[in-house]
Design a protein around this ligand. Structure first.
Ligand code: ARG
Length: 561
C-alpha cells in the first residue's frame, strides 16, 4: 500500500521538478490513514516554505487521473504535513493483490547466515539465562529463513571450560579404583557433582589447581580424560536437548568450543605470521584499539604465557571453522549483552587478522529479571534452572481454571511455550524485563494466550466458501482490520532487517486487538450474501497472518483452549 502511494507521489514530484523520493508512513492521527512529511525535507533543499510545497504537491496530486480511485481525501495540515485518507477501493484492491502473494508479500533475500544462539555449558543444566538467546535466536532464525536466506544454527556448547575439569576430578575421587572405561553414573549424579566441585574449588586452593590441570590436559587432547569427558557430554547434552526440544528450539549443528580447539594448530600457524599478533609479557595478543573509541578496548588475548587458550581464542577458532565450512555472508550472535566487550574484541581481531571478511553482529540480549528487577535467582541465590521456570509457568497455567487440569498435554505445552515466548519477544531484545508469571499467563492483555485465543475463536467462525473479495468496506472496524493486514509485508521486512522479533510481536498484538473488535461488532455468523463472503475472506486471511507470524516467533497453536 505505502509503495503504491509513494509511486503516485513520485510522479507528482517529477512533474514539479523536485528530485526526491517520496516516503509515506502510517498515520497515528484519528481518521487519517497515511501521512507524508516530505515537504519539510524539500523545504530545506529548495529553500521554500514547507506549506507551499505541500500545497503544490496536493494540487498536482488532485489532477492525477487516478486520484478518485486512490483517495477519499488528501489535505495539507500546517505547517506542511500531507494527510491522506485512502479509498475503500484501493484498500480492497491492495488486499486482493496481497492475498495472491507468496510469503505474505515479504521481499526475498538469499544470504548465508550463521546464527549462534545457544551457548549452554556441558555438565551444567540450562538456567534462566539461556532462555532469551534461545527464544530470540530461534525467532530471528525463523524470520531470516522465511525471507529466503540460508540459515545455519549452531548451539556452540561450552564443552571444554573449567567445569569439565572440576567434574572429572570429582568423578575420579568418587570412583578411586575403577578404570575410566568402567565408570558409570547418571544425570542426578552429574547434577550433584558439578555444584559440589564448583563450591569446593572456591574454598580449596589445592583442589582448584588439580581441576585446572585436568582442564588444561583435556584442552591439549588428553585421551584418558576424554573417556570421562565423553560420558559427561553424552548425559548432559541429551538433557540440554530435551529442554530445547520442549521449547521448540533447534540447531542444525551441535558444535562446541572443543571443536574450535581442533582449528588451533592451523589458525595459530596463520596468526603467528602476522605482524599484528604480538607477544606481551609472554602472552600472545592482538591490539584492537581504534582511533575513535569512546572507551578503552583492551587487547584481545589469544594465548596466555603458560600456553593456555582463552574464550576469545575459542571464538576466533569458531569463526575460522565457520568460514571454512559455510563461507557465510554473516555471523550473528545472540548472547547476553554483558558479553559485548568480548565480542567487540573478537570481531575486531577477526577483521584485523583477515580471518573473516563478512559481517559480524552481536545482538546482546537483556536479562530476565525477578520482582526486584535483578536477574532471576532462586531463594538461595543460584540461577534458576530453566526446567524449574518452565514448570512454574505450567503449574500457574493449569491452576488458573478447573478446565485446564484436563486439557490435552500437547496443548498445555504449546500454551506454556506461548506464555514464555510472547512474554519475552514483546520486549526489544536488548532490554531487561521483569518476569511476572501471573500477568503473562492471563488470557487478556498482551499475552501469548490472548493471541492463541483470538486465533482459535476466529477459526471457529470460518467457513468453506467460494467467492471474491468485493470493493465494499462495511464499517470502521472492517476498514481498520483491512488496513492493518496490509501492513504485514512491511512488518516482516522490518523485523528481518533490524533482527528484532518484537516488531512482529507488537504487530501481532495490535492485529489481535483489531480482529477481536471486528468479530465482536460484526455478528459474522448471522450474515448472508456478499458481506458474508467478504468477511469470511478477510478473517481467513487474518488467521493465515496470525498463524504464520506466530510460527515465526516459535509459537504453535493448540487444538483448543
Ligand atoms: N558458553 C558461553 C557462556 O556461558 C556462551 C557462549 C556464547 N557464544 C559464543 N560464541 N561465545 O558464557
Amino acid at each position: 500500500m505505502n509503495s503504491k502511494l509513494e509511486n503516485m507521489l513520485n510522479e507528482v514530484l517529477k512533474i514539479l521538478k523536485y528530485d526526491y523520493k517520496a516516503k509515506v508512513v502510517k498515520s497515528n492521527i484519528e481518521n487519517i490513514d497515511f501521512q507524508c512529511d516530505d515537504a519539510f525535507k524539500l523545504a530545506k533543499i529548495y529553500h521554500k516554505a514547507p506549506f507551499i510545497i505541500a500545497e503544490e504537491i496536493v494540487n498536482k496530486l488532485k489532477e492525477n487521473e487516478n486520484f478518485e480511485e486512490y483517495f477519499k481525501e488528501v489535505n495539507v495540515a500546517k505547517p506542511g504535513f500531507i494527510n491522506m485518507v485512502v479509498s475503500d477501493k484501493l484498500i480492497s484492491q491492495s488486499l486482493r493483490e496481497l492475498m495472491k502473494k507468496d510469503k505474505l508479500g515479504a521481499t526475498k533475500e538469499n544470504e548465508t547466515i550463521v546464527l549462534d544462539y545457544g551457548g549452554p555449558n556441558v555438565a551444567k543444566p540450562l538456567h534462566v539465562g539461556h532462555l532469551r538467546p534461545a527464544i530470540i535466536g530461534q525467532a530471528i532464525y525463523n524470520i531470516l529463513k522465511f525471507k529466503g536466506n540460508k540459515t545455519i544454527g549452531d548451539v556452540h556448547l561450552g564443552d571444554i571450560g573449567a567445569q569439565m575439569g572440576q567434574v572429572i576430578y570429582g568423578i575420579i575421587q568418587d570412583f578411586p579404583n575403577t578404570k575410566y572405561e568402567d565408570i558409570t553414573f547418571d544425570l542426578d549424579y552429574l547434577n550433584i557433582t558439578y555444584p559440589k566441585m564448583s563450591a569446593l574449588c572456591k574454598e580449596n586452593e589445592e583442589v582448584r589447581k588439580k581441576c585446572a590441570e585436568i582442564t588444561k590436559k583435556l584442552q591439549e587432547g588428553d585421551k584418558n580424560y576424554q573417556i570421562l569427558w565423553k560420558k559427561i557430554y553424552d548425559l548432559s547434552v541429551s538433557d540440554i536437548k530435551r529442554i530445547y526440544d520442549y521449547l521448540n528450539v533447534h540447531f542444525d549443528y551441535w558444535y562446541g568450543e572443543s571443536d574450535s580447539y581442533k582449528q588451533f594448530p592451523e589458525m595459530m600457524e596463520y596468526l603467528d605470521k602476522l605482524s599484528c599478533v604480538k607477544i606481551d609479557d609472554g602472552a600472545k595478543i592482538i591490539d584492537v584499539k581504534e582511533e575513535d573509541d569512546k572507551i578503552e578496548i583492551p587487547p584481545c588475548i589469544i594465548q596466555k604465557s603458560d600456553g593456555a587458550y582463552l574464550y576469545a581464542t575459542s571464538d576466533l577458532g569458531t569463526i575460522w571453522q565457520r568460514e571454512k565450512e559455510f563461507q557465510p555472508d554473516e555471523i550473528i550472535y545472540i548472547v547476553d549483552g554483558r558479553q559485548s566487550m568480548h565480542f567487540t574484541q573478537v570481531f575486531r581481531a577477526a577483521k584485523k587478522t583477515g580471518i573473516y571478511k563478512g559481517k559480524l553482529f552481536h545482538y546482546g540480549n537483556g536479562t530476565v529479571n525477578g520482582k526486584d528487577n535483578k536477574p532471576f535467582k532462586t531463594r538461595n541465590g543460584d540461577a534458576l534452572k530453566l526446567e524449574d521456570l518452565i514448570k512454574e509457568v505450567k503449574d500457574e497455567f493449569i491452576s488458573k481454571r478447573e478446565e485446564n487440569k484436563n486439557m490435552d498435554k500437547e496443548d498445555v505445552n504449546k500454551i506454556v511455550n506461548a506464555i514464555l515466548k510472547f512474554a519475552d519477544l514483546q520486549n526489544d531484545l536488548t532490554k531487561n524485563y521483569i518476569f511476572d508469571i501471573k500477568k503473562f499467563s492471563e488470557v487478556n492483555g498482551k499475552t501469548g494466550p490472548y493471541l492463541l485465543y483470538t486465533y482459535l475463536r476466529i477459526n471457529k467462525l470460518l467457513k468453506e466458501e467460494k467467492g471474491k473479495l468485493s470493493d465494499t468496506i462495511y464499517n470502521d472496524v472492517d476498514r481498520n482490520l483491512r488496513l492493518k493486514l496490509l501492513e504485514v509485508s512491511a512488518v516482516i521486512n522490518e523485523a528481518s532487517k533490524e533482527r528484532k522479533p518484537h516488531i512482529i510481536a507488537s504487530y501481532l498484538y495490535e492485529l489481535c486487538v483489531i480482529a477481536n473488535n471486528f468479530y465482536q461488532e460484526n455478528h459474522v455468523s448471522n450474515l448472508k450474501g456478499q458481506i458474508k463472503i467478504d468477511y469470511n475472506i478477510v478473517l481467513t486471511y487474518n488467521n493465515l497472518v496470525l498463524k504464520t507470524l506466530l510460527s515465526l516467533l516459535g509459537i504453535e497453536i493448540p487444538k483448543s483452549m
